[in-house]
Design a protein around this ligand. Structure first.
Ligand SMILES: Cc1cc2nc3c(=O)[nH]c(=O)nc-3n(C[C@H](O)[C@H](O)[C@H](O)COP(=O)(O)OP(=O)(O)OC[C@H]3O[C@@H](n4cnc5c(N)ncnc54)[C@H](O)[C@@H]3O)c2cc1C
Length: 377
């Protein structure tokens, strides 16, 4: 069988691309090395922050507005709670990236928000003990997505729309031909008109000739059982908090009830690794560092560690994504380098990749993600 489009990698981005392509009537083959919604890549761990007041760059906001529409649609189409709005607190010194950047994006795009001083944060959200002088931007439309559920929803909907999805099938090689592409796995060789490559942390291997410098980093997620029980954390907002040195931590409500714990993590305290060399063990020293930093802001989190996990970021030098037609291959579209902040964009990235593979262009603003900014020749 000849396919219109082959999608390599059915993690966050690839599963969304497979769904959007199949929904447009394309004959899609998706190839994934592991099982559906697995925990070996970058799209696992129960929760991902979603927000619109985007301190990284206001240029992301129009994509977030569209992503939110597609989050709603995905929830309706799948009948699953793939995301929940909890409100979000972005806390730090007034001139910090977290606060000033969130404020800038909110003002530039006229996004509803409030600015709270430390006393007001403590009054409204008694779990939090910010330092005097810290302030927060509060965004009611922030919340979290559930990564495994999202990936599974896109896989299921893609299948219902006619996509052929194969798991446990690793792509060994792909090449352009005069009429499209060929993709080789241990099971066979497939041909298609177009290829979409969504390799996550495997980008340095699958897109080696592309020349994009991507650094893969090990990140750790921690779930603590709050002192006094999880009840007080059931309805709290998601948060990102920056300290005086510029280091950010983030966290979630107790979303899985009493036994699940409250998840917190350092945003960018990663160690360089590869998918093969990543240390999956979480060490006592790391737990101690996370516990003491989290307890400064949320004293009740000084309870037992109930769970921990590792995950990988794929960082570009400027931490902006790579989403584009391959500069040297007209039939190939790539999406990689999501630099630890891609999940909230999963639905809109699926739409953009479907646009690029079927029309060669997209109405969405993706200039920021042009790989030519990074390629050194
Ligand atoms: C700890 C952590 C916390 C995060 N928090 C947030 C957050 O709060 N908010 C947010 O927006 N983002 C967050 N992110 C980032 C976000 O999760 C990622 O940007 C996103 O999941 C990346 O999706 P992906 O499709 O690129 O990668 P993946 O989901 O890893 O998908 C890549 C897929 O390609 C497959 N693959 C690779 N090579 C091959 C091959 N040769 N053949 C077949 N298949 C192959 C892999 O098995 C994998 O399934 C976080 C990430 C981590 C790790």
């Amino acid at each position: 069988m000849t396919y219109d489009v082959i999608v390599i990698g059915l993690g966050g981005m690839g599963s969304a691309a497979a769904y959007h392509l199949a929904a447009r009537g394309q004959r899609v083959l998706g190839l994934e090395k592991f099982s559906p919604a697995h925990d070996r890549g970058s799209s696992h761990g129960g929760s991902r922050i979603i927000r619109q007041s985007y301190f990284e760059d206001p240029a992301y906001v129009p994509l977030l507005l569209r992503s939110y529409e597609l989050w709603d649609k995905l929830a309706a189409d799948s009948g699953r709670e793939v995301f929940r709005l909890t409100g979000g607190l972005f806390i730090g010194p007034p001139d910090s990236l977290t606060v000033a950047g969130s404020l800038r994006a909110s003002q530039e795009w006229d996004l509803p928000h409030e600015v709270l001083d430390a006393a007001e944060i403590r009054r409204r959200h008694p779990n939090f003990t910010p330092r005097d002088g810290d302030i927060a931007l509060y965004e009611a439309k922030a919340g979290f997505a559930r990564p495994e559920m999202t990936v599974q929803a896109h896989i299921d909907l893609a299948g219902q729309a006619g996509a052929t999805l194969s798991f446990g099938e690793e792509v060994l090689h792909w090449a352009e031909t005069a009429r499209g592409v060929t993709v080789t796995t241990a099971r066979g060789t497939y041909t298609a008109g177009q290829l979409v490559v969504c390799p996550g942390a495997w980008a340095p291997q699958l897109l080696a000739e592309f020349g994009i410098p991507i650094t893969v980093e090990r990140q750790v997620l921690y779930w603590f059982d709050p002192v006094g029980g999880a009840g007080a954390f059931a309805d709290q907002p998601i948060f990102i908090a920056e300290d005086a040195a510029g280091e950010q931590i983030y966290g979630f409500p107790a979303i899985d009830g009493q036994a699940g714990g409250v998840k917190v993590a350092f945003f960018r305290r990663g160690v360089v690794c590869t998918p093969e060399t990543i240390d999956r063990e979480v060490h006592d020293r790391e737990v101690g560092e996370m516990r003491s930093r989290a307890a400064e802001l949320l004293p009740a989190l000084d309870g037992p560690l109930v769970h921990s996990a590792t995950c990988m970021y794929s960082n570009t030098p400027d931490q902006h994504f790579v989403i584009a037609r391959h500069p040297d291959s007209a039939n190939v579209t790539v999406a990689c380098g999501f630099s630890g902040h891609g999940f909230k964009f999963v639905p809109v990235v699926g739409e953009i990749l479907a646009d690029l593979a079927t029309e060669g262009t997209t109405r969405h603003p993706i200039t920021l993600f042009d790989p030519r900014r990074l390629v050194t020749t």
